[in-house]
Every structure is written in structure tokens, then in C-alpha cells.
Design a protein around this ligand. Structure first.
Ligand SMILES: O=C(O)CCC(=O)c1ccccc1C(=O)O
Ligand SMILES: [Mg+2]
Length: 311
């Protein structure tokens, strides 16, 4: 099989910039590519690197596309090296068909960090979201703990004032590796104290930095609240590595930067991986391909982190 290859870079500002422990992120830059086979059948793919998570940079992805010939074989695509995970995803997903299970997915709503979460929560709740994600380690911990108290109270009053009884709300906290050991322990004890039938802290995501794997493993054994790895498992080789080192908690998988969809399927089928699929704020092209994989591979009880439209 041979394909004609075309690509074009894009840059789009977010409606609302994303504030995380890594700083403020204001625009998404990436590459849309198209592969056309001999019969004229076209497939689109998106390369949406996230270099602060360890993927190739946009510049490296662009250079990679520029040095390719205009005609590619299937082998050329399958052999894209593992240090270009966002390119592997972009090229392979241009060749994939849509999954029939897309409509089964549950979505998590992304709350803005800090006190901006409070006015946004009721809106997302009304739209039907029952799983929410809130970024922490953005403001001082004393402030965030106080806001957390207010947010959980708001969630409980919102549920209780409903006529149709909601059975549950899940809240995910994402620290983006920004907590100290003491702060992580504090957050986990506060989360463990929430003993409600309807509000559950689903997990604390990436409390510590990638280097602190053993500490996160210890935390996962010490508290009732689950821990999810994100930055630590950005690529397939990192997932394999953490699994081998004993991680049986949650793995946040960002298909657009994790690498080859083919290899991801194999890894998920051969191991018991509790996966939560998540966006990297890709455009509709990458989102479709990432959600296809999520529909196929994620656990039905886990909402996918493709919360709100960012454009
Ligand atoms: O879209 C969502 O709902 C969550 C996505 C998200 O949190 C995220 C988006 C881009 C980069 C990093 C992260 C993260 O999980 O840390
Ligand atoms: Mg995260």
C-alpha cells in the first residue's frame, strides 16, 4: 500500500487558557496531515505534541514531516521511531476506521483551577457531567484546601437540591506533579475523610514529580484515595516501565502523545491496565482518533478526560 502524504501546521488560541502547575498555556500548535491511497480514499491525522510531558517538540515533528517523501508506504508509517510518539499517533490514526462504541463513553468535565471552579461547576453539572476534574498545586495549599471544602459543599448541595436524584459525583484532583511529600499526604488525608455515598474523590493525579515514583507507590498503598499517574506514563515505554515496577493504580493515557495506537492496543490487551483516557487539547481530528481508542480500550466505569471544547 502506498499513500500520498500532505501536511500543514496550525496554531489556535484557546477560548480560556489552561492554568496548571506547569504554568499558563494559551494556544495549541500542531500539524494536520492527510494520507491518500491509490483509490483516492483520504484519512486525516493530527500531530499534537506536548513537549513538557516528554513528547517530541513541534519543531522536531515539523522537521520529521519535512524530510519525508511525498509518497509513503505502510512500512514507513509503522517504522516511525518511538522518540516521535506524537508523529506515530498522527500517522497511524490517519489510517484507522471509526469505532462503533463511541456513544458509550462518559465524559469528565474540566473545572478551571482556583476559585473559578465554583461558578463553573453548576453549569457543567446541568449539562449532565457527573465526573469533574480540578487542577491543584496552582495556588498555595492553604487556599486550595479551603476552596476544596467549598467545592465539595457546593457539589453536595447541588446534588441534594435536584429533583431527579443523582446517584454519584466523582471528583478528580490533578496536581501535575506539583506537590511536596507533606502536601501530598495532607491532600490524601483530607480526601480520605470524605465519607459520602454520593461524592467520591476518584483519584489524585500525579501528586509528585516523575522522579518520585517510589514515593507515589508508597502513597498508593497508604491511603484509601486512589492515585493516578499522568506525567510519569506519558509514553508507552514509561507505561511498561511503571507497570514492571509494580504500579497497579490508574494510568492516565493521552493517546495523542503516548505513541503508536497499534502498540497501545497490544499493551492494554496483554496487561491489566486501569486506564483513564485524556485529551492534550488536540483539535477535532486528533480528538476523534483518541476517542476511538478510548472507546475500545478504556474501562466502562472510567469517564474520559475530554471535558470541554477549548476553541
Ligand atoms: O481535557 C480534559 O478534560 C483534561 C485534560 C488535562 O487535564 C490536560 C490537558 C492537556 C495537558 C495536560 C493535561 C493533564 O492532565 O495534566
Ligand atoms: Mg494530568
Amino acid at each position: 500500500m502506498v499513500y500520498r502524504f500532505q501536511f500543514s501546521p496550525y496554531s489556535r488560541p484557546f477560548k480560556q487558557p489552561l492554568k496548571t502547575h506547569h504554568g499558563i498555556w494559551e494556544k495549541r500548535e500542531g500539524i494536520i496531515l492527510q494520507l491518500t491511497d491509490k483509490q483516492g480514499k483520504k484519512g486525516d491525522g493530527e500531530i499534537a505534541p506536548l513537549s513538557w510531558f516528554g513528547s517530541e517538540t513541534l519543531g522536531q515533528a515539523l522537521e520529521f514531516c519535512q524530510q519525508l517523501p511525498q509518497t509513503l508506504t505502510l512500512e514507513d508509517i509503522i517504522e516511525i521511531p518511538d522518540n516521535f510518539p506524537a508523529c506515530q499517533f498522527g500517522f497511524e490514526s490517519a489510517l484507522e476506521e471509526n469505532s462503533e462504541f463511541l456513544s458509550k463513553l462518559k465524559f469528565s468535565g474540566l473545572l478551571p483551577s482556583g476559585n473559578a471552579a465554583l461558578p463553573v461547576f453548576p453549569t457543567l453539572f446541568q449539562q449532565g457531567f457527573r465526573t469533574f476534574k480540578w487542577k491543584i498545586a496552582v495556588h498555595p495549599i492553604s487556599e486550595e484546601l479551603q476552596l476544596f471544602q467549598q467545592l465539595t459543599e457546593l457539589i453536595l448541595t447541588t446534588i441534594n437540591s435536584e429533583t431527579d436524584k443523582t446517584e454519584w459525583v466523582n471528583l478528580r484532583l490533578d496536581a501535575n506533579g506539583g506537590l511536596s511529600w507533606e502536601e501530598a499526604n495532607k491532600w490524601l488525608s483530607v480526601c480520605d475523610e470524605i465519607k459520602s455515598d454520593i461524592l467520591k474523590i476518584e483519584y489524585l493525579e500525579q501528586p509528585l514529580s516523575i522522579e518520585q515514583f517510589d514515593e507515589m507507590l508508597a502513597l498508593s498503598r497508604q491511603y484509601l484515595t486512589s492515585i493516578a499517574l499522568d506525567e510519569s506514563v506519558a509514553t508507552l515505554s514509561q507505561i511498561r516501565d511503571c507497570y514492571q515496577r509494580g504500579w497497579r493504580g490508574i494510568f492516565v493515557i493521552k493517546p495523542a502523545i503516548v505513541g503508536s495506537p497499534r502498540k497501545l492496543r497490544k499493551l492494554c490487551r496483554e496487561n491489566q491496565i486501569d486506564a483513564v483516557f485524556s485529551s492534550v487539547f488536540e483539535t477535532a481530528v486528533g480528538r476523534r482518533a483518541a476517542l476511538n481508542l478510548a472507546a475500545e480500550l478504556s474501562h466502562p466505569k472510567r469517564a474520559v478526560g475530554f471535558g470541554v471544547e477549548h476553541w
